[in-house]
Design a protein around this ligand. Structure first.
Ligand SMILES: NC(=O)c1ccc[n+]([C@@H]2O[C@H](COP(=O)([O-])OP(=O)(O)OC[C@H]3O[C@@H](n4cnc5c(N)ncnc54)[C@H](O)[C@@H]3O)[C@@H](O)[C@H]2O)c1
Length: 410
């Protein structure tokens, strides 16, 4: 019998998402006679203890008799049990200094750590994540801020809706003015943004048209890697080369700043990737962008006027176009920025359901039956030992190095 435990999220502030929702637990137990699922009681989880009980799942405080423990965010070091297999987002693979002690304790406790973020198909495409719902919530918030800034329409807050289905009702009859929206990226976040664009009836147009004319209706353009970046020397774009040597590329988004009212940013970014635009561009008279939903959300990252995170309750701030200082939102001389690092927490029930579906489809069978390439590639520590793929973490695991300033959004 394989005993699986769903952890109560221990990180402060506590996350409200969960790896498997009650109906998924019920389905798994019904279809696998040799597995048992227990849930650690939690007051913060988006599905109540009672909902798990109603699905026939035992709710307890102590998961020490489970061998596989599923969480979402980092498990606090003091709560790590010995000799367990843990699955969660550990944020250790880039040697994040704030999780160094976590990795060390996992090793000391002879645990196995399988990190969701490292679950990838052979070509490096990530298998599991919350980006889609970050895109949904971020795009909604971007539109909400524009409506509030201009007084042209009003949208309710996402977290006040029970779920995504209820959220969609907010879009019936919504009249969006004839604005132009640029959506960057092509991953999960970008797909979530496009979902909202389409639900709001905003029309997709080609980039040439977007740049050259105005429309009698609201439009958006999606800018993927090949639309956004070009090699410094020959102007070409190769996805593989760009991922390996982003420093050799320039960003073409500058062409869009004079044609865009709202930027919805969903690109992947790291320090070597060129920024979407410069600070000087923000001060220039042709900078038309009024609202930036920076869903990627790296402080001073792809969006150089991302001045750090806001909260779900208070998601928008302004940035003065000349001094680049934070201002209250919706001021005439400022650009409004929405930068929130835990967007999926506004739609936690849907985000958890989607996450659990991916877990069931791509991961759990292999976890129950033994090894798989995907799981092997995602195993950072096996029974207290760094696996060969993560041997590069040795100095970090031994307390020598660590890296600061990396976003840990999910
Ligand atoms: N604000 C939030 O709450 C929140 C939530 C989830 C994700 N995010 C952030 O949004 C960004 C996009 O997330 P996503 O879920 O769309 O990611 P994803 O893995 O689904 O897509 C990433 C995309 O970026 C491209 N890419 C470019 N350079 C890359 C590189 N060097 N390595 C890997 N991929 C590269 C990939 O081709 C892919 O299309 C990330 O920075 C993530 O941290 C924010």
């Amino acid at each position: 019998m394989i005993k699986i435990g769903l952890l109560k999220e221990g990180k402060i502030p506590p996350d409200n998402r969960v790896a498997l929702i009650p109906s998924q637990c019920k389905w798994l137990v019904k279809n696998n006679s040799d597995i048992q699922i227990k849930v650690q009681s939690s007051e913060n989880r988006c599905f109540s203890d009672e909902e798990y009980r109603r699905a026939g799942i035992e709710v307890i405080d102590d998961l020490s008799d489970c061998s596989i423990l599923l969480g979402i965010k980092e498990v606090p070091v003091s709560q790590l049990l010995k000799h367990k297999t843990y699955l969660f987002f550990s944020h250790t693979r880039k040697k994040q200094v704030y999780n160094q002690r976590l990795l060390q304790t996992i090793i000391e406790n002879k645990c196995t750590l399988i990190d969701y973020e490292c679950m990838e198909h052979e070509d490096g495409q990530r298998i599991i994540g919350f980006g889609f719902f970050a895109g949904i919530v971020g795009a909604h918030n971007g539109m909400m801020a524009y409506g509030q800034r201009t007084g042209s329409f009003k949208l309710e807050r996402v977290y006040k809706q029970k779920d995504f289905k209820e959220l969609i009702h907010c879009y019936f009859g919504l009249k969006v003015p004839n604005i132009k929206i640029a959506v960057t990226g092509s991953g999960r976040v970008a797909h979530g943004i496009l979902e909202v664009m389409n639900l709001m009836g905003i029309i997709e147009v080609e980039k040439e048209e977007y740049l050259s004319r105005d429309f009698a209706y609201p439009v958006y353009v999606q800018l993927k890697g090949s639309d956004l970046y070009a090699h410094k020397e020959n102007g070409s774009y190769s996805r593989e080369d760009f991922h390996e040597h982003p420093e050799n590329y320039v960003c073409l988004f500058q062409n869009y700043v004079s044609q865009t009212d709202i930027l919805m940013n969903g690109v992947y970014w790291d320090v070597n990737v060129p920024r979407l635009f410069s600070l000087q561009a923000v001060s220039a008279s042709d900078f038309r962008i009024q609202v930036i939903a920076d869903i990627t959300d790296d402080s001073n990252g792809s969006v150089p006027i991302n001045l750090g995170d806001q909260t779900i309750e208070n998601p928008v701030y302004g940035v003065d176009r000349h001094s680049f200082i934070k201002t209250p939102p919706f001021q005439p001389g400022s650009v409004d920025v929405i930068a929130v690092g835990n967007l999926p927490n506004e739609l936690p029930r849907d985000a958890s359901k989607y996450f659990g579906e991916q877990l069931i489809k791509f991961v759990l069978d292999d976890l129950f039956t033994g090894q798989s390439d995907i799981l092997e590639r995602a195993t950072i520590v096996k029974q207290g030992h760094l696996t060969p793929r993560f041997e590069y973490l040795r100095d970090y695991a031994e307390g020598k190095t660590g890296v600061t300033g990396i976003n840990n959004n999910l």
